[in-house]
Write a protein that binds this ligand. Structure first.
Ligand code: ADP
Ligand code: MG
Length: 398
């Protein structure tokens, strides 16, 4: 789960990381009021969306008067912002963060990520932070500093000092840098984050180290033990198909193809998507209905897949180990009886109780296309989608 910049800053601040003064606003009047409350004479209005790259896309604007803040905020709220991280559909802006403008002398990049291969938290830092970080990491890879955290002892002060020296932090500020890095690490560890990114971390004219931007992502599987973090969820920033699935306990990722997939197990779901592509089609989604797929869950999965208007054929691929094919078959039949779909459905069952499952499908009288192997299933789904598309001239062939 992602959170907004202002939320990440509040969390980091509670862990001892310095942040500029700032306040949230939902309307132009409120933005100006909050700036006045804060004092000062220059502020930055920042669109709050779950994506970086706002600066280059007009989502971060420097203002020096009340009326300017109002005009800028009015121009942002209710609009969609498209950055290199949002995808072409963009993200809606429903709140802005008004922050004191900070006199910047240096912009540094600091990221805490999970190195899955090494099973460690890794710190990535660069003395050249700011909006051009992608270019810098490609052109000057030597400017990137890395450190790995040993989980048994956690991030050590000496490691933070080494990073500070490598970034060229002047001696009098090293201790401040150590505090900042330890704060980010503790927030990452204590709240089960999978990513903490501060870009830029700035050094100000008056020798303060401040997080000027902050991004945090959390491990969804650990959210249950951090209610204060789950509370920060903002559904307006999520793909509606994915949030509906998450609310129903299904793992779903929406894609751009036309063949809807209903599969049990993440590995099998990936293999199914690959096979669909191999057979010449494009998957509309990744959907893992999980281990104990009851008829109710299968029915929910059908509803979810069908809510995507691009879906023109469905492939159900179940390899039953813990699962039972007869249950899944019952689920498919029940779902299609309750809410018939107007696209071809291909079902491939294998594993526990496969014979019983096939029998249920055969006796249902529903126009299901059956397949034995995965390749056969994918080919039939692509074939069914193609011929269905030919029958219906309104549907587009990709
Ligand atoms: P994004 O990463 O989405 O582009 P940032 O919050 O990093 O957004 O802002 C982009 C740039 O705007 C920063 O690199 C910094 O130069 C400038 N900036 C952001 N906040 C402030 C601030 N409070 N004071 C001065 N400059 C700022
Ligand atoms: Mg940034």
């Amino acid at each position: 789960m992602d959170i907004h910049e202002y939320q990440a800053k509040e969390i980091l601040s509670n862990f001892g990381v310095g942040i500029p003064q700032g306040a949230l606003a939902y309307s132009p009047e409120q933005a100006a009021y909050r700036a006045r409350e804060m004092g000062g004479d220059r502020w930055v209005v920042k669109a709050q969306v779950h994506a970086g790259g706002r600066g280059k896309a007009g989502g971060v604007k420097l203002c020096s008067s009340d009326s300017e803040i109002q005009t800028v905020t009015e121009g942002m709220l209710g609009q969609k912002i498209v950055t290199h991280q949002t995808g072409p559909e963009g993200k809606g802006i429903y709140r802005v963060y008004v922050e004191a403008a900070v006199p910047i002398t240096r912009e540094i990049y600091v990221g805490f990520v999970l190195d899955r291969a090494r099973q460690r938290v890794m710190i990535v830092a660069s003395s050249e932070g700011g909006m051009e970080i992608e270019d810098i990491s490609a052109q000057q890879p030597e400017s990137i500093v890395r450190a790995t955290v040993e989980p048994a002892v956690g991030l050590q002060e000496f490691q933070c000092r080494e990073i500070a020296f490598a970034l060229g932090i002047k001696p009098g500020m090293v201790q401040q840098m150590v505090r900042t890095l330890l704060g980010c690490y503790r927030a990452f560890r204590d709240l089960d984050a999978t990513m903490v990114e501060v870009n830029p971390l700035v050094i100000t004219g008056d020798d303060r180290i401040l997080a000027l931007d902050a991004k945090m992502t959390f491990d969804n599987n650990a959210l249950f033990r951090h209610p204060q973090v789950s509370e920060l969820r903002d559904k307006s920033q999520e793909d509606p198909r994915e949030s509906r699935a998450a609310d129903r306990g299904l793992s779903y990722v929406g894609l751009n193809g036309n063949i809807g997939c209903i599969v049990n197990g993440a590995g099998l779901a990936m293999a199914t998507m690959d096979t669909i592509k191999l057979a010449g089609g494009e998957p509309a989604n990744f959907l893992d209905i999980g281990g104990g797929a009851t008829p109710e869950r299968v029915a929910k999965a059908f509803r979810l897949v069908m809510s995507d208007k691009n879906v023109q054929a469905i492939l159900v691929n179940i390899f039953a180990g813990i699962n039972r094919c007869d249950w899944v078959a019952e689920g498919v039949v029940r779902a299609l009886r309750e809410e018939p779909v107007d696209v071809p459905v291909v079902v491939r069952l294998a594993g526990t109780n496969v014979k019983e499952g096939q029998k249920i499908l055969a006796q249902s009288g529903l126009p299901l296309i059956r397949a034995t192997t995965l390749m056969e299933a994918a080919e039939r789904a692509v074939m069914a989608w193609r011929s269905d598309t030919n029958r219906n001239p309104n549907l587009k062939v990709v």
